[in-house]
Design a protein around this ligand. Structure first.
Ligand code: SAM
Length: 339
């Protein structure tokens, strides 16, 4: 049986002193209001690795602490994150609703802009949401995205779709019971930047050629000329071996990886695993595409810290923030050498 998750809320006036009051051992969330029954003290850095730091707290507070501001301002190459979705039922990790959600997300736009390097990027993964009790989709995530872009004065560099073919049918009532909708199986990733030319290189994310393309490259016979789309395909350019195919902005990845070392670690330490982990391949794709080794990747809503783990594996520096203690402790399982 997993214990109840404990969410660490930092008071708005939190002092930069790392030895801050964190919580009561009884799980009393009044700690932030200064009335815990028994207090324990803990530094805000949950753990460190050779390349990164995992911080416990809410992003809106952690990122305003003078120490982190100094470490991060104008130094971040990529903010890759999946903020809590605007769910209609308050659940799991206290997602905000309605206008409150839009206001909360938009509140990060200017802050993120100050953290980015001039050629840095932001990639926000936003899932679909449905109106409560209705077979109707909510436009809240889109409204939040548009407001966020406007407030931060960001360019929308490209939109991506992550298609998860293994996604279970949902929303269950409309898909499985009444059979009046089809299954919702993708999320959007919005790539934004302060410039129209952020650092990016699609040669870092080439896909393996298809079998038929491999054969064409060997055979070198190809019907060049105009396609039905009016595109004129030149034999010379088409048959050039570029060591892989340029990927599209639709990323198909089944989220079926067992994450066994992560899950085993959570089980062994009686920690609640994160219920909405993204596949490692998704984080790897954007980290490779938009950064180089040694660059800095920030995930302000880190969950199980898939982003940090992908960054570490790819030799990038990383900084992650998550307020729920079990998720942070569990994410240590992704870093065998964490201190
Ligand atoms: C969609 S999940 C991220 C999942 C993550 N990408 C992964 O692969 O595990 C969003 C996370 O944001 C966290 N969160 C919610 N409010 C937050 C806040 N104010 N600051 C930082 N994180 C927050 C939630 O606890 C949740 O773990």
């Amino acid at each position: 049986m997993y214990r109840r998750r404990r969410r660490i809320r930092e008071p708005a006036h939190a002092s930069p002193n790392p030895q801050r009051i964190r919580m009561s051992t009884s799980g009393n969330q009044n700690a932030s209001r200064g009335a815990p029954s028994r207090q324990i003290y803990s530094p805000p850095v949950a753990f460190k690795t050779a390349l990164g730091s995992s911080i416990i707290g809410e992003a809106e507070h952690v990122l305003k602490r003078p120490k982190y501001k100094k470490d991060l301002e104008h130094k971040v190459d990529l903010i890759f994150t999946s903020p809590p979705f605007p769910l209609n039922k308050r659940k799991k990790y206290g997602n905000k609703q309605g206008e409150e959600y839009v206001k909360w997300l938009v509140g990060f736009a200017s802050l993120f802009r100050t953290l980015l390097k001039p050629k840095g990027s932001i990639v926000l993964e936003l899932g679909n949401a449905w109106e409560h009790g209705l077979p109707v989709m909510s436009t809240l995530a889109l409204e939040a995205l548009l407001e966020f872009r406007k407030k931060g004065d960001f360019f929308l560099c490209q939109q991506f779709v992550w298609h998860n073919p293994a996604r279970l049918p949902s929303p269950a009532q409309w898909v499985n019971v009444e059979r009046i909708r089809v299954k919702d199986s993708y999320t959007h990733l919005w790539w934004m930047a302060s410039t129209d030319r952020p650092h990016a290189d699609n040669r870092q994310v080439l896909k393996k050629y298809s079998d038929s393309m491999e054969k064409l490259l060997v055979r070198r016979s190809y019907n060049n000329g105009k396609r039905p789309s009016e595109h004129n395909i030149g034999k010379k350019s088409f048959l050039k071996n570029n060591a892989g195919a340029i990927p599209s902005n639709m990323i198909t990845l089944a989220n079926t990886q067992s994450n066994s070392s992560y899950l085993n670690y959570c089980r062994a330490n009686d920690l609640q695993p994160h219920p909405a982990r993204m596949p490692m391949g998704l984080a790897e794709f954007f980290i490779k595409f938009l950064t180089e080794p040694g660059m800095l990747v920030l995930d302000p809503f880190a969950g199980s810290n898939t982003t940090g783990a992908a960054a570490e594996a790819l030799g990038r520096r990383w900084f992650s923030i998550e307020p729920t203690e079990d998720y942070v402790q569990g994410s240590k399982g992704r870093f065998p050498k964490a201190q």
